[in-house]
Each structure stands twice: as structure tokens, then as C-alpha cells.
Design a protein around this ligand. Sequence first.
Ligand code: ADP
Ligand code: ADP
Ligand code: MG
Length: 516
Amino acid sequence: MFKRVLIANRGEIALRIQRTCRELGIETVAVYSEPDRNARHVREADHAVCIGPGAALESYLVIDKIIDAAKQTGAEAIHPGYGFLSENAALTEACDAAGITFIGPPGAAMQAMGDKVSARKLMEEAGVPVVPGANDIDINDLETATREGERIGYPLMVKAAAGGGGRGIRLVERAEDLADAMRAAGSEAASSFGDATIFLEKYVSPARHIEVQVMADSHGNVRTFGERECSIQRRNQKVLEEAPSIAVTPEIRKRLCDAAEAAARSCGYRNAGTVEFLMDNDGSFYFLEMNARLQVEHPVTELVYGVDLVALQLAVANGEAIPDDIGLAEPHGWAMEARINGEDAYNNFTPDLGLVEHVELPTGPGVRFDTMLFAGLDVPVFYDSLLGKLIVWAEDRELAVKRLRRALTDLLVVGIETNAPFHLALLDHPDFQSGNFSTGWLESTFEMPPQPEDDPRQRTALVVAAIAASVAGSAPAAGKSGGGRTKWLQATREHAIGLRVQSGGGGWRRRDIASK
Ligand code: ADP
Ligand code: ADP
Ligand code: MG
């Protein structure tokens, strides 16, 4: 096995990969940008190399800096995590040239799947159903696009061949909006991915987003690990995932896994990958795309299949065969993951940043929290809003919902807003509880309840933090964004003059601390 692995990523996924490495006795090398200097992934690594300023284009996305860091520290392999360079074939080539093992698929398989149009063609050849659409659309040829649009029918999706992370996708309801959507998707794709190639897809609705975890080794084994249900989405991005899916029977699971295996075999895939499908109400499904990397939501699969996917990635990259007894059984129990984002659920989910003044992390039976959070973390502006993933396992779905609800109420974050109130409201929704949702449900049907005038969780958090500050002898520094820190001042002031506590009836009343 490798002695030392460089992790070319940050945040919760860098920490998650480090943990498995530590268990296997592998030393880790962290890379970090200047604003990430105090991040947990830096502190917990055996070695750490600064690779430049905050902008990812000048640090986490610079292949030469990553390769240099690996050479400098004697790392034999590079794990790319997700996002950043994870699906960049140039990194696999640079690794090959430097004699470093890339923990992921071969560059050719990555390229074949990274382009959604080429992936659609491969799937058609492999006999896997794809979403009806038109593959080769010239962004300037409105005439052909209009003709193809008529054939496919409306509504339809204009999508970027290089798209990812929900970007480069436009829904078109009527033919007269096609030209605008093509321009918008094309220019978003050009600026995000440097490639304006687009294609058209029928809009499948209502549909569920169902994806299959795949692992392939260099001995011809392709193993699948059932499905994940990822239909709870905002702006085409997942916010809560579960395994298994309430809509998938053992018979459908078998068909999904066979299709995913065919997808992996069609491109000579190796290592971990995910094949995404859209599934109709009647259980027929269509290939959407293949993500050639470890996925954000991989932990729900780990919990119901009893595997460590990162350990398998390392073994497979090291040339070992996937053990015979892994991934063959049906899923055991139920797992659910809430993506905890730094964003204000009551304010249209606008991202929130800055200093995390106090945190209490959920724990206890069946709870796993993969997170970069700690008190003192200054969430930088440069990266996405994912702070962590709160994952639970329970015997069945109903218990998993209850457990996730409990874990969410145990989570306290002071200093920045998180979307935990959203997750709590979601878990309480009858449609969610009955499993009656599709990819459009969250945005079309779910409504965020109004912010409680006095949110008991937030109140508790502020009180706890205020007490901590007063024990420490002073209120914490005002921080740079004065306005955002007023909660602190308010909380410490209230601590001094009296605390609001929740009354038994659910309302609020003010109690003088001195009278207690
Ligand atoms: P998943 O299907 O695993 O949820 P996403 O496609 O949402 O994956 O992206 C995973 C992560 O990678 C997210 O944090 C997202 O912000 C980031 N990401 C996605 N595409 C890109 C990209 N092209 N460049 C940089 N980061 C990206
Ligand atoms: P990304 O690479 O950004 O993850 P995907 O092609 O996987 O893009 O699509 C992301 C999401 O957008 C899907 O999970 C689904 O909710 C929606 N979507 C994409 N294509 C279609 C389609 N043809 N019909 C309906 N919804 C779609
Ligand atoms: Mg996708």
C-alpha cells in the first residue's frame, strides 16, 4: 500500500480522505491556499504545503503546484476528492508523467464520460436508455435547434456538454425561449468550463434523480453498490440524499445496477464512479451522466453497504482486486445525508460567511458528521458553501428521519447562518415523510415556513456562546464584518440583563436572571 498520499482538495472531503488514510497507516499531505491556513484539513495532515492565494484558479486548480507539492513531499499518489481537479484529465496525465498514481479513473475514461454528449453516445451504443434529445447542436444554428426542439417537444432542457454542479442547464418551456436559453447555457458553460458546447434533452417530469455507485478494479471486476435517491434539489443541486430509494424495488435495483455496470464497462472505467439516472413514476429510467469521481453523497452508500469507499479507492489504485464478498448483498437499513451549507434559509438561501464563533457537533447512535467546522474557523469567500454533511443510519426510513431530526437539533453553529432550519422543515413535510417527491418538488411545492420570531435553537446557541464568552472574561473580537457580529453584542448584552427562556407553552417570556 502507499506510504504517503497527497489530497488535492480542502474542506470536509479532505478530512474524510485523511481519516481512512490514518486508519490504514498511510501518511497524508495536505495542500492549502492562504486563507485556508488554519483549516482543519491542514492541522490534521502529516505534511502540508501552501499552494497559493485564495482564488482556486491560483491554488487548488493549478496542476503544476499540486504535482510539485507531491514531489516535494515524496507522495506516491494523489487523491483529488470531488470538484476542483477531480474530473480534469490533464491531472491524470501530469500524474502519469511524474510517476505518481492518480486515485481515480484513467484519463481516457474520464474524458469519455466528462463530456455529456460523448457519454450519451457511448450509452446508446451500450444499449443503456438515454434521455431523448439532440446531441450535436451548434450554438449559432438556431434553425437546427428549433427543428430538433419541435421533434423532442417542450418543455426541454438546454445543457452544456461540459456542465457540472448544476451549471450550464436551462429549462425551456416554449419554442420562442429557445434562443435565449441556448445563449445563457452556452455563455455560462464557456465561463465556468471553458467550453460552450450544448445539447438538448427532453425535460423528464416528474422524475426522480437516482444514481448508482460503481467501483471497478484493474482485474476486470465491476461492482455496484445499489442506488442513492437525490431528488431533493434546489437549482439542480442536491441538498439531501438517502440510500436506498423509497421508489426502487429489488427488481428495479437490479436493472439500474446492470445499466450502471454497462456504463462503466463501455469506457474501460476504473476506481469509484457514479452513474446518474432520471427515473419515471413507472420505474423506467434514462442515463443522465456519469460522475468520474467520489461523490459528495458517498457516505449514505457506505452506511447501508458497510463499506469504506475511500479504502476501496486506495486499494484499487494500488492494483488490488475488489474483495469478493463486497457490495453483493441488498442494502441494510436506511441512511440519510443533509448537506449543511453556510447559507441563510430564511433569506432565499443567500450564502453566509465569516467567523464561526461557537459550534456544538451532533453525535450519538447512528450519527456521522463529516465537517470542516470548528470554533474559530473563518469561512472564506472563495469556495462553495458546503460546511459539512450530517449523515445518519437507522433500521428503516421512518427512524432515519427521526434520527436526522434529532441530530439537526443537536447541531449549534454561532457566527454564521446554516441551512439547518430548512432541513428540519423538510423532514417535517408530509410529502417528504411519505416519499412522495420528484426533482421539481422542492422548488414547486415546498415552502420554507416563516422564521419563528424567536428561534429556540438560535436562542440557545446565542446563550451558550454568550456564557462561554463571559466565562472567558470578555466578548469576542468584533470581527471584520461589523454588522454580522451584532448578534454577539446582543447576546452578551442579554446575558448581562436577563435571559429569554422558552416557556412550556411554546411561547416566549422574559425572565430576569436575578429572580431565579
Ligand atoms: P455531486 O453530484 O456529488 O453532488 P456536484 O456536481 O454537485 O456533485 O459537485 C460536487 C462539488 O464539486 C460541489 O462542491 C460543487 O460545488 C463542486 N463542483 C462541481 N463542478 C465543479 C467545477 N466544474 N469546478 C469546481 N467545482 C465544481
Ligand atoms: P450536473 O452535471 O450539473 O450534475 P445533471 O445532468 O446531472 O447536471 O443534472 C442535474 C439535475 O438537473 C438533475 O439531477 C435533474 O434534477 C435536472 N435535470 C437534468 N437534466 C434533466 C432532464 N432532461 N429532465 C429533467 N430534469 C433534468
Ligand atoms: Mg449530475
